[in-house]
Design a binder for this molecule. Structure first.
Ligand code: DC
Length: 224
């Protein structure tokens, strides 16, 4: 049986998760947010008092980590060692930590194995940094979303304010995003990059619905 695999990659704040969720809902398939997995590893490191850049510690930490994903309709919940951490992984500290732990090959290999298994067992829209290039290189549909850094910081700011976080500023978020952009694209193993066969969409001046429509129309056209 051929699975539907849709890869949506791009930097932080480019609109990947909103678009991936809407596309999954429209097509009645599951949405997998792979960033949440790197966030869960970072959360574990932070809670254990470790530096998220300590490569030796990370290798040991990831050996017996238990990360589980559940889908409740269109919503994904992530469990770390049996506990639902879907809310705890959304802080600014965990965002930076996730970008740090994502450099480690042992961490990536472990999480990619889980991601590939989910894609083998389900029709899925997967968002991340390396889905089209590394996790699912044979995915039939690949998209790469971008937006200006100012727009991405603004979106993230309002998203975090909407979640009740008040201790943040747009300029701090812009700094954090810029750190992550550099870190994510310069790592040696499976960096953030556009697959040569991915369709690039600059979402800076597009509404969410316009991006969703654009993605869905590319999928329909290619399937015809
Ligand atoms: O998508 P996000 O902001 O939740 O991702 C958090 C970090 O996790 C991101 O800065 C880099 C890392 N990540 C990755 O390296 N590969 C992925 N497929 C997804 C996320």
């Amino acid at each position: 049986m051929t699975r539907i695999n849709i890869a949506i990659d791009g930097p932080a704040g480019a609109g990947k998760s909103t678009v991936a969720k809407a596309v999954a809902k429209d097509m009645n398939i599951i949405y997998l947010d792979t960033g949440a997995m790197y966030r869960a590893v970072a959360l574990k490191a932070i809670q254990s008092g470790f530096d998220t850049r300590d490569q030796v510690v990370l290798e040991a930490l990831v050996k017996d980590i238990d990360i589980r994903i559940e889908h409740d309709g269109n919503e994904q919940r992530i469990f770390l060692d049996g506990k639902d951490v879907s809310g705890d992984i959304r802080t600014a500290e965990v965002s930076i930590g996730a970008s740090n732990v994502a450099v480690n090959p042992a961490v990536r290999i472990k999480l990619v194995e889980l991601q590939r298994k989910i894609a083998k067992d389900n029709d899925v829209v997967m968002d991340g940094r390396d889905i089209g290039t590394y996790v699912l290189p044979d995915a039939r549909h690949k998209f790469f979303l971008t937006a200006s850094i100012e727009e991405r910081a603004k979106r993230r700011y309002y998203e975090m304010i909407g979640k009740g976080m008040s201790d943040i500023t747009i300029s701090q978020i812009e700094k954090d995003i810029s750190y992550r952009d550099k870190n994510d694209s310069s790592r040696a193993f499976a960096p953030l990059s556009k697959a040569s066969d991915a369709i690039e969409i600059d979402t800076t001046s597009l509404s969410e619905q316009e991006v969703v429509d654009c993605v869905l129309s590319h999928i329909t056209n290619k399937n015809e």
